[in-house]
Design a protein around this ligand. Structure first.
Ligand code: GAF
Length: 396
């Protein structure tokens, strides 16, 4: 933090009025459920984004980042509009844009991050939420955290043009140390679920180093498919599915084709029925897995959730089709080496994998994953131990 304060003084010629920090997240389980009004269970990482900031009264938002030293911006608050700012700056600028109507004005910001970008650990949400807390404090805005998460999500979706759900911003703002956050994305209600690892169990975050970006069209396509399935079923959202088997029967009959990766036949305008059935199957069973996982955690049976994690991964791989080769190889190698379970986390198509393992097997698990990457000629993955940490807060 001292480096950040010194860098702020050098950049702006005065001291910051404060420093705010928001964490990245790992989603324990409940993937691609948030935009289906479903359940998610993320926890905050110790790694995150810090923002040093001072108020300016000339209506200018100055943005600099220690990770993008050559890419500073100076933006008039009045001129902020969706689509006008590109790159990393779109996220803090989007937050200033959503908070403008509440009275937030100009500020000088300097960003620092120890979260890898593109690792699927919600670095954009962390940047948005640290900025949001900074602007709220600088301008005396009192917005409760669940509402602030909704505003930060709007910044990302409407200003930066990334069609995300509400999970990542909620995790950054609402998580508490030693817990996962159970969030019902339909009601907005949330609760804390104990996630204490103790000495015997470790949660390993494996950055597969296949970069992930939500701006690619596949995430938006999955959303559209889920919406289309719900519309065909006459439901508001897939959360309303009560009986999976009969629901799948109600979707138009499966045509004779293998249920392999998404592909449109020429001339076809939308996803075929088999694809929609797979999407529905994932979302509905994933909500059940969240409930089952919460049950185990509340019964103090963390060691038993491994099967849920692996089942989630297989569903994301085979039904939702958002996994990627490094993620599959990581889960496979980890399980072979005796891990209790593992799954890809986040939007997919790159990013990180979460592995639950007995601590005394962790080294063996890592070696097995390394060997799998080496055998395929992939760059070695990066590892970190996940420690369920506190949500966004002021650190200075
Ligand atoms: C990304 C999105 F930002 C989240 O809202 C969520 O949909 C997730 O992908 C998939 O569960 O992180």
């Amino acid at each position: 933090m001292n480096t950040l304060v010194a860098a702020f003084e050098e950049a702006y010629g005065r001291a910051p009025q404060g420093v705010w920090r928001a964490p990245g997240r790992v989603n324990l389980i409940g993937e691609h459920t948030d935009y289906n009004d479903g359940l998610v269970l993320p926890f905050a990482l110790a790694q995150g984004v810090s923002v040093a900031a001072a108020r300016r009264d000339d209506g200018v938002l100055e943005l600099r980042s220690l990770q993008a030293a050559a890419d500073g911006r100076s933006l008039p608050i009045d001129g902020l509009a969706p689509g006008t700012v590109d790159g990393w700056a779109a996220y803090p600028a989007g937050v200033a844009w959503v908070l403008r109507e509440h009275g937030a004005g100009g500020a000088s910001l300097l960003v620092d991050s120890d979260l890898p970008q593109g690792a699927g650990l919600a670095s954009s949400a962390a940047l948005e939420c640290a900025t949001a807390l900074a602007l709220c404090d600088l301008y005396g805005l009192e917005i409760e955290r669940a509402e602030l998460a909704r505003r930060a999500r709007r910044a990302e979706a409407e200003f930066a043009g990334v069609p995300c759900g509400i999970m990542d911003q909620s995790a950054a703002l609402l998580c508490t140390a030693g817990h996962a956050l159970l969030l019902d994305c339909r009601s907005g209600l949330s609760g804390q679920v104990p996630l204490r690892l103790g000495e015997d169990l470790s949660l390993l975050v494996v950055d597969t180093r296949a970069a992930h970006a939500l701006t690619g069209g596949e995430y938006a396509r999955r959303r559209a498919e889920c919406e289309q399935a719900a519309a065909l079923l006459g439901l508001d959202s897939l959360r309303d599915v009560t009986d999976l088997a009969s629901t799948l029967e109600r979707l138009p009959a499966v045509q004779s084709r293998p249920s392999l990766p998404f592909r449109r036949r020429s001339g076809q305008t939308g996803p075929d029925p088999a694809t929609l059935r797979r999407r529905v199957q994932h979302v509905v069973t994933e909500n059940h897995r969240v409930e089952a996982t919460v049950g185990l955690l509340r019964a103090d049976a963390l060691a038993e959730i491994g099967g849920m994690l692996t089942a989630s991964h297989l569903s994301l791989r085979d039904q939702f089709e958002v996994s990627w080769p490094q993620a599959d190889a990581t889960v496979e190698a980890a399980l072979r080496a005796g891990a209790r379970g593992g799954r890809m986390v986040g939007g997919g198509f790159g990013g990180s994998v979460l592995v639950l393992t007995a601590t005394d097997r962790a080294t063996h698990v890592r070696e097995a994953i390394d060997a799998a990457y080496q055998a395929r000629g992939w760059p070695a993955p990066h590892y970190q131990d996940a420690v369920p940490s506190q949500g966004a807060h002021r650190i200075l």
